[in-house]
Design a protein. Structure first.
Length: 319
């Protein structure tokens, strides 16, 4: 059955053109602008706040949404324009076509082209990018894809690997197998998400905060979108180790008690990047698991704002 892991003030009350939203989808009281951006068959849900200074674009993690970043957006918005959007297959973004510019819109290979199209549509110019978990790799890839536009990258508990099983993906698409696999996915995914929610925290979350671990909005067809994302991901080749060092200043934020991704792997990458001359800083949050931006919220916001301020200062010509 569908599960609701996030609760905020109704988007339907806003005077914006959104996809059909259930009444239980809510947004926190803030100067946030929720909107839908149409990109050739994609209706991307975008949350935006603030203006001026270096903009920040946020990539959410797996089974999450821009909605999970509302508090961070609100905290950073007084200083700059901050945006987050739902990737195809997650949150409130709708996909109205099986392909997007010849790509499967649910596949990992489509995410950077989609992000580039969104950046162009929004007219961001020069900006910084932040990615959490699986979004961390996307932030790294976007910074390398747009070296003249991305001024800095922030990688929060980045996940570098993704599942790879093309034979299983082909088997799961067979007419006799597909209904069974989809039924298992529909029944098992809520349990798996709830289990993952417990593991992402370093300590038991305060009452009412558990939902910040993951966002699975109660929209009709959530299981179909998860099915599409899963098959498209399994069908792709395995993600290679990101050997190439970042070309922009990079901040890596890790939770010391992360049980979802390997900090050791990320720290080895950072050491290799630094040896290659990259400007990379690591901040380790001792009291956090996979959600340092939630478990150590105040410190996280301070770290990010200080880093972005330094990036801006370095880019500002001396007067």
């Amino acid at each position: 059955m569908p599960i609701r892991l996030f609760s905020l003030r109704s988007l339907a009350e806003r005077s914006v053109d959104l996809p059909r939203l259930p009444s239980e989808v809510l947004v926190m009281e803030a100067q946030l602008t929720p909107k839908t951006v149409a990109l050739d068959g994609l209706l991307l849900f975008v949350l935006e706040a603030g203006e001026n200074r270096l903009p920040l674009l946020i990539f959410h993690g797996f089974a999450s949404s821009a909605l999970a970043w509302t508090e961070v957006i609100r905290a950073l918005a007084p200083q700059r324009r901050v945006l987050a959007y739902d990737r195809p297959g997650f949150g409130l973004t709708a996909v109205t076509s099986d392909t997007w510019h010849g790509l499967d819109p649910f596949a990992p290979a489509a995410q950077i082209p989609i992000a580039r199209a969104l950046v162009q549509h929004l007219g961001l110019g020069r900006f910084a990018v932040l990615g959490h978990s699986m979004g961390g790799r996307l932030a790294y890839e976007l910074a390398r894809a747009l070296p003249d536009q991305v001024a800095a990258s922030i990688l929060v508990a980045p996940a570098w690997e993704r599942p790879h099983a093309p034979r299983l993906a082909r088997l799961a698409r067979q007419p006799l197998v597909s209904p069974l696999v989809r039924s298992v996915l529909r029944l098992g995914s809520p349990l798996a998400l709830r289990y993952a929610q417990r593991r992402v925290w370093a300590n038991p979350p305060p009452k009412g905060r558990e939902e910040l671990a993951s966002v699975a909005v109660s929209l009709a067809g959530w299981d179909e979108r998860l099915w599409r994302v899963t098959l498209a991901t399994l069908a792709e080749s395995s993600a290679e180790r990101p050997e190439q060092a970042p070309t922009v200043p990079t901040l890596v934020v890790l939770g010391e008690q992360d049980r979802i991704v390997s900090n050791e792997r990320t720290l080895q990458l950072v050491a290799d990047w630094q040896a290659a001359g990259a400007v990379v800083r690591v901040e380790r949050c001792a009291s956090s698991g996979h959600l340092p931006h939630v478990e150590e919220f105040a410190r996280f916001v301070q770290i990010v704002e200080q880093f972005l301020g330094e990036v801006e200062h370095a880019e500002t010509p001396a007067r």
